[in-house]
Unconditional design. Structure first.
Length: 414
């Protein structure tokens, strides 16, 4: 590992290997742009500000899990999403949720009855969305693959015949977008290695650029009214003063890697991040507003896709390719949640909720069907077919199409 601080100080350590799950392509080469080869358990986790609910996206399905009732609602509306949902965001009061993704739709859901109050079909895939402002002035802000950021009003009528106005634009895909704590700045990160800080809502007024990444920026996490952490495909995690565009600290691994920072704990200030394809979450603290310090690495069952700290109890919820796991701070270190913890039962229920809306991958369905077919036919255990059965199946699977042309009959084998 190589660590570079402001002023050029460098420390070197041996790099660690990056584990990966074969056959799973969770790509942040353009976060929110590439559909995974295998659907992850849940690709997006977003807590409501009061922690009472958790919104999840699992492929094209959107679920909201209520912690009070330990039950979930699957959001369908009149026009449900038809492709992977890449972004979810709550408003400040937790009364609305916005979703967007690869089907180019932006949808606004009302939390009281989970009806759709606004729906817009964009010309490009939606990469990230958020809700800015409050009350009657609140706006849904969303970015797309073309690098454009548009807004639609959260409340009131919307003319579907008029394209939502563009408030800012990049010349490449916008990977992530966040607001400053006071909502007076909007930070956008793109595939061309830069982070832009613009005034909000007058986003044509640019405050600064954070320049230093040598490959695409994956995600950004704002810490306060000055600091932001960014990750990139250059194998670095960087700490910036975004008000002036100054790089304060760089954490770098010595081999190719894609860092993805995901969440900051409001309880401890810890920042959760992961390396794409790796089976662990790394936790950092910020020392003296100038340095990122790695404090713990948490092993996970499979490659990490997203992670989020619960806003009130500080638990860390991690979505992996195969399952959701939860870590709790016990003394000075995090450990996986145990059955005695108050959230454990809800975690089990949540896992079941996600599984209830997931269809098995096609290859898995094919295997199940093949085994069931053999069991019915042979009375066996449904294991691997023998050579004789395979030959028989191949013969039976030949389809014949008969075509008549005058008095001539032609049989075609496929």
């Amino acid at each position: 590992m190589e660590v570079v601080a402001e002023g050029g100080a460098v420390e070197g350590q041996e790099g660690t290997s990056l584990a990966s799950d074969q056959g799973v392509a969770i790509s942040h080469t353009g976060r929110n742009t590439d559909t995974p080869a295998s659907n992850p358990f849940a690709q997006v986790l977003r807590f409501r500000n009061d922690g009472a609910s958790l919104a999840l996206a699992s492929s094209s399905a959107v679920l909201v899990f209520d912690f009070t009732s330990a039950s979930h609602t699957t959001l369908t509306g009149t026009t449900p999403h038809t492709a992977a949902v890449r972004t979810l965001a709550w408003d400040r009061e937790g009364k609305h949720l916005v979703s967007g993704g690869d089907d180019k739709m932006v949808q606004v859901w009302r939390a009281t009855d989970w009806s759709v109050t606004k729906s817009w079909t964009n010309s490009k895939k939606v990469t990230v969305a958020l809700i800015a402002g409050a009350d009657e002035n609140a706006q849904v802000v969303f970015a797309d693959m073309f690098g454009e950021v548009r807004t639609i009003p959260l409340h009131g009528p919307m003319d579907d015949s008029i394209k939502p106005p563009i408030i800012l634009g990049h010349v490449s895909v916008i990977q992530d977008m966040v607001l400053s704590p006071q909502g007076d700045f909007i930070l956008t990160a793109d595939r061309d290695e830069k982070i832009r800080t613009s005034h909000y809502p007058k986003a044509y007024n640019i405050e600064s650029y954070c320049m230093g990444h040598t490959q695409f920026v994956t995600r950004i996490v704002v810490l306060d009214d000055q600091l932001v952490v960014s990750g990139g495909g250059d194998g670095t995690l960087r700490l910036w003063n975004y008000r002036v565009g100054r790089l304060l600290y760089t954490h770098k691994v010595s081999q190719p890697a894609t860092f993805v920072p995901t969440s900051r704990s409001t309880q401890t200030g810890h920042v959760a991040t992961f390396v794409e394809g790796d089976k662990n979450v790394q936790l950092f603290t910020v020392e003296g507003n100038k340095k990122l310090n790695l404090i713990q690495t948490l092993a996970t069952p499979s490659a990490v896709v997203d992670a989020a700290f619960h806003p009130t109890d500080g638990t860390l919820w991690v979505s992996c390719v195969t399952i959701i796991v939860v870590f709790v701070l016990a003394g000075q270190a995090y450990e996986e949640i145990q059955s005695t913890h108050a959230q454990y039962g809800k975690l089990v229920t949540l896992r079941g909720s996600v599984l209830s809306v997931q269809a098995p991958p096609l290859s898995e369905r094919a295997v199940q069907f093949t085994r069931l077919e053999k069991k019915i036919r042979t009375g066996g255990d449904g294991g691997a077919p023998d050579n004789a059965t395979t030959t028989n199946n191949n013969n039976n699977n030949k389809r014949r199409r008969t075509e008549k042309d005058g008095t001539t009959t032609t049989t075609v084998n496929h």
